[in-house]
Write a protein of this length. Structure first.
Length: 366
């Protein structure tokens, strides 16, 4: 089966430069990246050329042009990965592949506006041809808002459907996969997807070499098959280990979320792993607990509690803050049939209620 692939990733300030380096191949270190064949990098091409300067500068110009308000944590760039199933993309001619990406760009122009697109570059130097299209998420009202463009999970599913319908008009063999809402599946990270794609290609190469072992050039095919196998096995082991660790991570994360009374990972806006090992969860606005302020009510001031006696010692400073003296305290403690020196703790809350616990640890309340 051949499927259309359209994925989005939101970037804030710090991630934009890294995105640009990868998309535009601006980093020398990519020569050591096993996923990239630098000999084929010259075959990469733009459907929409990147600005002569940087992504960040172009974004600033767009924000200034539209007069957008920004926050420190505003999403200023959306990365879009556009491709199709490897078996579909790799059987297209280079001309047909370019047609596929040009049609996808036209779809994106219609959806978000041509002037918002900063770059659309096709990578031919990785296992499966794909396109990175990046845009500044300024909506039709001229506001910087990735949320209003991409929406929630349901909206993203609708994006996928519109994209599939548009591409299917040209290539009717393409299919629309079931949405994550139906399957309840979770997206795997991009690095894991690339590793699986690379393994798939190695496996197909290996099968071809094995099929040709009994044909002309048997020795050469056999040697090449062994070389591919020697590359395939460690990568397969790495893939298996990564999948297991990813599953373990998700299971642990979901367990920690449940301890925070979060039973659906989709309800989480942010989850922060603290240095203590605890996890702090910030739910999405619509999933947060209702507070008094939400009803436009003015709660009564409850005040604070004061310790008046601790282990038989009178807290004179707290008495002074309350405008009371020791005689008043003795009178109040006497209601518990003890003296201050016999109390383990005596407190008074903002409403004037006392708590007294004697040293022999018999709780009494009034």
């Amino acid at each position: 089966m051949a499927y259309t692939i359209l994925r989005f990733k939101k970037d804030k300030g710090g991630a934009i430069a890294g995105c640009e380096r990868h998309n535009e191949r601006k980093k020398e270190a990519y020569k050591s990246n096993p996923d990239i064949d630098m000999n084929k990098s010259k075959e990469n091409y733009h459907i929409i050329h990147a600005p002569q300067y940087t992504y960040s500068r172009k974004i600033k110009e767009l924000i200034k042009e539209y007069g957008c308000k920004t926050r420190k944590d505003s999403v200023k760039l959306v990365e879009t990965l556009i491709t199709a199933s490897p078996e579909f993309m790799n059987r297209l001619s280079k001309g047909e592949q370019r047609e596929y990406f040009e049609r996808a760009v036209k779809f994106m122009k219609d959806e978000i506006g041509e002037d918002r697109i900063i770059s659309a570059v096709v990578h031919m130097d990785e296992a499966t041809p794909h396109m990175h299209l990046v845009f500044c998420p300024i909506n039709k009202d001229g506001k910087l808002s990735a949320k209003s463009i991409l929406g929630n999970q349901k909206s993203l599913s609708e994006w996928q459907t519109r994209y599939y319908n548009y591409m299917h008009e040209r290539w009717n063999e393409l299919e629309r996969g079931k949405s994550a809402q139906e399957t309840k599946r979770k997206h795997i990270p991009t690095w894991l997807f690339k590793l699986a794609d690379n393994l798939d290609n190695l496996y197909n190469q290996l099968l071809k070499k094995i099929e040709n072992i009994n044909m002309i050039g048997m020795k050469k095919n056999k040697e090449e098959a062994i070389n591919i196998l020697s590359e395939f096995v460690p990568k397969a082991e790495k893939f298996s280990a990564k999948v297991n660790s990813y599953n373990d991570y998700i299971n642990e994360l979901e367990e920690r979320l449940r301890s925070n009374n979060i039973f659906n990972i989709g309800d989480v806006e942010y989850a922060i792993l603290e240095t203590s090992g605890q996890i702090t969860v910030i739910p999405k606005p619509e999933k947060r607990n209702v507070v008094v302020k939400d009803f436009n009510l003015e709660p009564e001031y409850e005040g604070i509690s004061y310790d008046l006696v601790i282990d038989g010692v009178i807290m004179k400073e707290n008495l002074r803050k309350l405008g009371k003296d020791e005689k008043w305290l003795e009178k109040q403690v006497a209601k518990f049939k003890i003296k201050p020196k016999d109390a383990l703790v005596v407190t008074i809350d903002g409403e004037g209620q006392f708590f007294c616990q004697a040293k022999e640890r018999k709780n009494k309340n009034v």
